[in-house]
Design a protein around this ligand. Structure first.
Ligand code: CTP
Length: 403
C-alpha cells in the first residue's frame, strides 16, 4: 500500500485537506498527517486523525513522538510528501532550507519526492519572492499542482486558489505509479545547446544548435522519474520543469560542470560542443587598425566531453550516449565516432541544411548500439526525446536484471 505524508500548512484552504484525505483513503492510499501551527488554526488535529485513522504529528520536539517515530523516520516512511495547502511562508522555508518546525524539518530531511499544492492570496502568489521560491523548488525536482484561478476568500480574484482535491489526487496518483517512473532513483546527465568560445569580450565562435533536442531529452527523462542535471550552453529556451540546470558558455566550462555532476547512471551528450576555441582570447575588444590585415585566429582543440565521460574509469556512467551530427556518409561516420569516443550508443542525424533539422522542430535519427542500427521515422524532437528516454529506461532495467 502506498503511503503519503500530508503536510497541512496555514490558510483558509486547509479545510480542503480533509476532503483530500477522504479521496486518498478511498483510493487505498494510507495517509499520515503533519499539521503546522498555521494549519491548526483552520483544521483540528482530531478531524485529521479521524480521517487518516493515524496519529497526527504537529510539534517538533515532542519526546513521545521522537521515541515512537522521529522526524527523520517520518520523512522517509512515506512514498511521497504532499504539502496541501502550501502557504507562501511554507514555500519560502522550503526554498531556503529553514527547519524551524516539524513540517519544515521533515521536508528538509526527506529523500522522497515532494508535491506542493500552493494556496494563497493572488498578490502573494505573483510576488517575485514567491515566484523565485517556486522556481528554486521546481529546479530541485519538487512537483507542483495548481494554484488555480478563481475568486478567493479575501474577495480578490486571480491565481492562488488551492487546486481542487480531485486534481491533487490525480497528481499524487501520477507520482506514485511506479510503471510511469521507471527511472526513479536514477541520476542522468544531459548536455544541450551550443558552446560560445570567446574571441574577445564581445565576439565569439558558435554554431547553429538551438538546444531543443537536448532540452526535450532532459524533460522526457525527468518525466520518467529520473533526477536530471542539464548542462546547457547559451540557449533561448525555458528550463524544463523539475530539472537541475547548470548554465555554461564554453566547452571547458561545460566539461567542468559535467564532471561536477558525477556520479550519474546515464550521460546523454546532445550538446553541439565547439571543437576548437581561440588559443588566446583577447581581454580587450579587438580594434580595426587602418591598413593592417585582419587578425588571424589561432585555434586550439577543446576537450571532448563525451569521450572524457566515456573513459572516466570507475566514475563512468553505466550508459553513455553521444550524438553525431553529420552532413555526409552519416552511418559510417557515426559508427566510427561510437568506437572512437568509447560511448555505448550514438544518435546520428543528418544536419545538411536542406533537412531543416539543425534549429528546427523535427528530427530524423538513427540509433547505433552494439546490437546494430535502427532507423527512426521523422518525428517532432519531443517524440524523439520520449522514445530515447524509454529506450534508456529499458536498458537500465536490463542492466539491473543482469547485475
Ligand atoms: N562532443 C563533446 N565534446 C566535444 C565535441 C563533441 O562532448 N568537444 C560530443 C557531442 O555532444 C556529440 C558527439 O560528441 O554527442 C559528437 O559530436 P560531433 O560534433 O558530431 O563530432 P565530432 O567529435 O566533433 O567529430 P567531427 O567534427 O569529426 O564530426
Amino acid at each position: 500500500m502506498s503511503r503519503v505524508l500530508l503536510i497541512v500548512s496555514g490558510g483558509i484552504a486547509a479545510f480542503k485537506s480533509l476532503e483530500l484525505v477522504r479521496l486518498l483513503r478511498r483510493d487505498g492510499i494510507a495517509v499520515t498527517a503533519v499539521l503546522t501551527e498555521g494549519g491548526a488554526q483552520f483544521v483540528t488535529p482530531l478531524s485529521l486523525q479521524a480521517l487518516t485513522e493515524d496519529k497526527v504529528y504537529s510539534a517538533l520536539w515532542s519526546l513521545t513522538d521522537e521515541s515512537e517515530m522521529g522526524h527523520i523516520q517520518l520523512s522517509r516512511a512515506a512514498d511521497l510528501l504532499v504539502v496541501a495547502p502550501a502557504s507562501a511562508n511554507m514555500l519560502a522555508k522550503m526554498a531556503a532550507g529553514v527547519a524551524d518546525d516539524l513540517a519544515s524539518t521533515v521536508l528538509l530531511a526527506t529523500d522522497k519526492p515532494v508535491l506542493v499544492a500552493p494556496a494563497m492570496n493572488v498578490r502573494m502568489w505573483t510576488h517575485p519572492a514567491t515566484q523565485a521560491n517556486m522556481a528554486t523548488l521546481r529546479a530541485r525536482g519538487v512537483q507542483a499542482v495548481g494554484p488555480e484561478e478563481g475568486a478567493m476568500a479575501c474577495n480578490e480574484y486571480g491565481f492562488g486558489r488551492l487546486a481542487e482535491p480531485p486534481a491533487i489526487l490525480a497528481a499524487i496518483q501520477a507520482l506514485l505509479r511506479p510503471a510511469a517512473r521507471p527511472l526513479a532513483g536514477r541520476h542522468v546527465l544531459v548536455t544541450s545547446g551550443p558552446t560560445h568560445e570567446p574571441i574577445d569580450p564581445v565576439r565569439y565562435l558558435a554554431n547553429r544548435s538551438s538546444g531543443r533536442q537536448g532540452h526535450a531529452i532532459a524533460a522526457a527523462l525527468s518525466g520518467l522519474g529520473a533526477r536530471v542535471t542539464l548542462v546547457s550552453g547559451p540557449v533561448a529556451l525555458a528550463d524544463p520543469p523539475g530539472v537541475t540546470v547548470r548554465r555554461v558558455e564554453t566547452a571547458e566550462q561545460m566539461l567542468a560542470a559535467c564532471i561536477a555532476a558525477l556520479p550519474t547512471d546515464v550521460a546523454v551528450c546532445a550538446a553541439a560542443v565547439a571543437d576548437w576555441r581561440v588559443a588566446a582570447a583577447s581581454d580587450a575588444k579587438l580594434k580595426k587598425v587602418p591598413g593592417a590585415p585582419p587578425p588571424a585566429l589561432a585555434l586550439v582543440p577543446n576537450p571532448d566531453i563525451l569521450a572524457t565521460l566515456a573513459t572516466a574509469g570507475p566514475a563512468r556512467p553505466r550508459l553513455v550516449i553521444g550524438f553525431a551530427a553529420e552532413t555526409d556518409d552519416m552511418l559510417q561516420h557515426a559508427q566510427a565516432k561510437r568506437a572512437r569516443k568509447g560511448c555505448d550508443w550514438i544518435v546520428a542525424n543528418d544536419v545538411r541544411p536542406e533537412t531543416g533539422i539543425m534549429g528546427g522542430a523535427l528530427n530524423e535519427v538513427h540509433l547505433l548500439t552494439a546490437e546494430g542500427i535502427e532507423a527512426w521515422p521523422r518525428l517532432p524532437k519531443s517524440d524523439v526525446a520520449a522514445r530515447l528516454a524509454l529506450r534508456i529506461a529499458e536498458a537500465m532495467g536490463a542492466m539491473e536484471a543482469l547485475s
